[in-house]
Design a protein around this ligand. Structure first.
Ligand SMILES: C[S@@+](CC[C@H](N)C(=O)[O-])C[C@H]1O[C@@H](n2cnc3c(N)ncnc32)[C@H](O)[C@@H]1O
Length: 344
């Protein structure tokens, strides 16, 4: 894990994403669950299983998990976003009391699952990032085209919005956020332009922000059709920062490990390399007996393996799924099983 200097007011523990930005899917498309058959095959839901969907969103995966655990399996659906919980409540209504929904951040998974009577869990799913519903809701300011302020929080009742962040951050802090979370090579130039535009009151909407970024780095020209929007990395970086996405992921994975029964499985779908690296390292660390570096002749750390990776490497979507669902193209699924000998 790489720790880098971050704005003191945000108190973030950050991890550098290593590769490409997520693209924005056109607004108005519904949310199709990604790698859904692969998730079901990995988590092996059965009648009576107790499952948690820690990013329930519009309930796409949850619906399939509840069908697979019929007639008496239960699912705890968690989402930080109130609107997602409303949508999941509507979609999952036909399952009655078998579906239990909570608005919460999955960093509190163990507490939420314990309170809801779901520990120990047989399976646990994280489908990270942003849903198409959120991107398509112009009021939330996730999209370049939005005429609303850039809010970008999953949980609109807590924390700083992206507009608050750019209002309060120094040029240096902002450049650090764009470079760290967006891997934006032109972070300095963009941060300077944002700070100048902000001082002149020129950033009111997400569309204004996208235009300022495009102005700083040059819009897509005729020869650049098909390339990503110039504000893609900036929007991704601000969203990751305001939602503390990389920071809460490790806590969520640790919560899942604690909440699973021995033999229970967790599946994690990530969409950019910073997330995937956290998952990969978490699985690797929790699959080892001793985590001292370098390995000593006799272990003194007392760490014991609690997981085994079920997948070798990552599972990625088929070309046919990517053709059906553009959002799937950067998805990577990793699956691990809690060891039977591990203390729960
Ligand atoms: C990709 S969508 C999930 C879509 C869902 N699997 C489906 O099929 O409808 C990700 C969801 O996770 C939620 N989310 C992201 N980070 C979260 C966190 N730390 N805690 C709780 N929910 C989170 C977002 O609000 C969003 O609704």
């Amino acid at each position: 894990m790489t720790h880098v200097a971050t704005p003191p007011f945000m108190r973030l523990r950050v991890v550098r994403p290593a590769t490409g930005p997520e693209r924005q899917q056109p607004m108005g498309e519904g949310h199709l669950p990604v790698l859904v058959d692969e998730v079901l095959a990995s988590l092996e839901p059965r009648p009576g299983s107790s499952m948690a969907d820690c990013t329930v969103g519009g309930g796409g995966h949850a619906e399939r998990l509840l069908e697979a655990t019929s007639p008496d399996g239960r699912l705890l659906g968690i989402d930080a976003d109130r609107a997602a919980i409303s949508e999941a409540t509507r979609v999952l209504a036909r399952f009655g009391e078998r579906a239990v929904l909570r608005q919460a951040n999955f960093e509190a998974l163990l507490d939420v699952a314990t309170e809801a009577g779901f520990v120990p869990l047989d399976g646990c799913l994280f489908d990270l990032g942003l849903s198409s519903y959120q991107l398509g809701d112009a009021r939330r300011g996730f999209s370049f085209a939005s005429d609303a302020p850039p809010d970008m929080r999953f949980d609109e009742e807590h924390g700083l919005s992206a507009l608050d962040l750019i209002d309060r951050a120094s040029e240096r802090d902002l450049a650090g956020i764009l470079a760290t979370f967006g891997e934006e090579r032109r972070a300095g130039r963009i941060a300077k332009a944002i700070v100048a535009a902000r001082a002149e009151g020129r950033i009111v909407t997400a569309a204004d922000l996208a235009a300022v970024v495009a102005g700083a780095v040059g819009s897509r020209g005729p020869g650049e059709q098909g390339r990503i929007h110039p504000a893609t990395r900036t929007f991704q970086a601000l969203r990751i920062a305001v939602n503390r996405e990389l920071e809460v992921l490790t806590a969520g994975l640790a919560g899942a490990l604690a909440a699973l029964r021995p033999g229970g499985r967790m599946a994690v779908i990530s969409y950019h390399s910073g997330e995937d690296r956290i998952v990969k390292r978490f699985f690797a660390r929790e699959s080892r007996d001793c985590v001292e570096v370098p390995l000593p002749p006799v272990c003194t750390c007392g760490h014991r393996a609690q997981l085994r990776a079920v997948t070798r490497g990552v599972i990625t979507p088929s070309p046919a799924e990517v053709r059906r669902n553009r959002r799937a193209r950067s998805a990577k699924l990793r699956v691990a099983e809690k060891l039977a000998v591990a203390a729960s």
